[in-house]
Design a protein around this ligand. Structure first.
Ligand SMILES: *Cc1c(COP(=O)(O)O)cnc(C)c1O
Length: 367
């Protein structure tokens, strides 16, 4: 068996032993008891989003988070529509790739990877392009750890009569989002990020009045969002195709544990305090942060390589040996690595990580 380690990556992440234990039963995907679990998950997600269940619905989609984003992009924009995509990292770019694959008209608002997307840029793009019907942006751009200000941007866009899509993959459940207050029409997230389940499905929180106008638009069968919704509504939580039964049960447990922790606000506080402890500890050890504190998310932090000859692979290997797995960087302008602080990760874990990094530094100095 491999050495055990703590995942300091933003999903999959370290889950609790009780979440893992919940996977020890083989459920039947069509059984009524199982369908009840799916229905309760859908209700819990709406409660977590703090939305009115008569106005919003939660629709799970098999696959990783990308499948959920692709389900929305390929299912809700008609051929006559035009999608504006705000991009300041890999996940915004990925939505552009999806639009290309399906031949959806799109306008890309490309922003520097080290800067947030700002309302002023979105405004001028929309004012120059009256043909825009749909708008997509990323909340926490996990590429760098920037938290884009959806609360400034989405209400303005919605006011223009544009359908709003937010990829909140790495923030939903860990950072409060006023979904109905800021008028998000489609929000996408997945099991294995802030809700701390295991990987296996994505979910969409959708405004019903918009979703119900999208029947027949889908460009694929398996990612047809409306059809998945329709089947679940008609058939009390029945997934159209084989569902990830173990993942579903683990996710129900993860949602329960989020409640037990004290809810979303408490989890948000823990993530914030983890991130602050990590950032200040790393700065103390001589590392510099890529992103300005004002835009830094409490989820994942990018650190600039401390020297020109910094050997990330070696650093990674030594940390793995010490029981921690971190993430390489994902941007081209500056060499960076990333450390996530979500999952079953607490104050002591961050303290142990910082100690391990200090020991690596001391060994290097002694060479
Ligand atoms: C994790 C993530 C995704 C989805 O990634 P998958 O590997 O498909 O799960 C999409 N957007 C953002 C912002 C993410 O952090």
């Amino acid at each position: 068996m491999d050495n055990k380690y703590l995942l300091l990556t933003p999903g999959p992440l370290t889950t609790s032993s009780t979440v893992k234990k919940a996977m020890e039963f083989d459920y039947c995907t069509w059984d009524d008891d199982y369908k009840k679990i799916t229905q309760s998950i859908r209700q819990s997600l709406l409660a977590l989003a703090d939305v009115n269940p008569s106005k919003y619905t939660a629709v799970p989609i098999q696959g990783s988070g990308t499948y959920g984003v692709e389900s929305v992009i390929s299912s809700v924009i008609p051929d006559s529509g035009t999608l504006l995509i705000a991009m300041n990292g890999a996940y915004g770019k990925r939505i552009g790739q999806m639009a290309d694959v399906y031949g959806i008209n799109h306008i890309d608002l490309v922003v520097d990877e080290q800067s947030p997307v700002l309302l002023s840029d979105v405004k001028s793009t929309i004012e120059n392009h009256p043909e825009i019907t749909h708008f997509a942006m990323i909340h926490c751009e996990t590429t760098t750890g920037i938290l884009n200000p959806i609360e400034d941007i989405v209400p303005w866009v919605h006011e223009k009569g544009i359908v709003t899509i937010v990829d909140a993959m790495s923030s939903f459940g860990g950072i409060p989002i006023d979904v109905s207050g800021i008028n998000i029409d489609f929000l996408i997230s997945s099991t294995n990020k802030c809700i701390q389940g295991v990987p296996g499905f994505a979910f969409v929180i959708a405004k019903k009045s918009i979703l119900e106008t999208t029947a027949g638009i889908a460009r694929t069968l398996s990612l047809d969002l409306y059809d998945q919704y329709n089947e679940m509504e008609k058939n009390n939580g029945k997934w159209r195709f084989t569902s990830p039964t173990h993942v579903v049960h683990a996710f129900a447990q993860a949602l329960e544990e989020l409640k037990l922790e004290g809810g979303l606000q408490r989890r948000y506080k823990r993530y914030q305090s983890n991130q602050k402890q990590l950032a200040s500890g790393m700065e103390h050890l001589g590392f510099k942060l890529l992103i300005d504190e004002k835009w830094q998310s409490p989820i994942i932090t990018s650190f600039i390589y401390p020297t020109d000859d910094f050997d990330f692979q070696e650093f990674y290997n030594e940390l793995k040996e010490a029981g921690f797995v971190i993430y390489p960087g994902k941007i081209s302008q500056v060499p960076t690595f990333r450390i996530g602080n979500i999952g079953e990760v607490y104050r002591d874990d961050i303290a142990r990580l910082l100690k391990a990094i200090e020991q690596i530094q001391n060994r290097e100095k002694a060479l």
